[in-house]
Design a binder for this molecule. Structure first.
Ligand code: ZN
Length: 67
């Protein structure tokens, strides 16, 4: 029932990613294993190997501005 947003430690500059399996907590660019392959990038937890996120590069086409 506590609002954790009112704590003294509310200064989060980075986007922190959490592992659902072992509760590993770190910034995405500082601690997580980023596995790049031909299909995109996979974010893997360094503690338990849980795949926290997968981002496909091919499914995100770059919009070209009609100039
Ligand atoms: Zn984990």
């Amino acid at each position: 029932m506590n609002a954790d947003a009112s704590g003294p430690r509310s200064s989060r500059g980075k986007s922190v990613l959490f592992c659902a399996e072992c509760h590993f907590e770190s910034a995405l660019t500082d601690g997580w294993l980023v596995v790049s392959d031909s299909d995109g990038r996979t974010i893997v937890c360094p503690e338990c190997g849980h795949v926290a996120d997968h981002r496909s590069e091919r499914s995100a086409p770059t919009p070209q501005p009609a100039d």
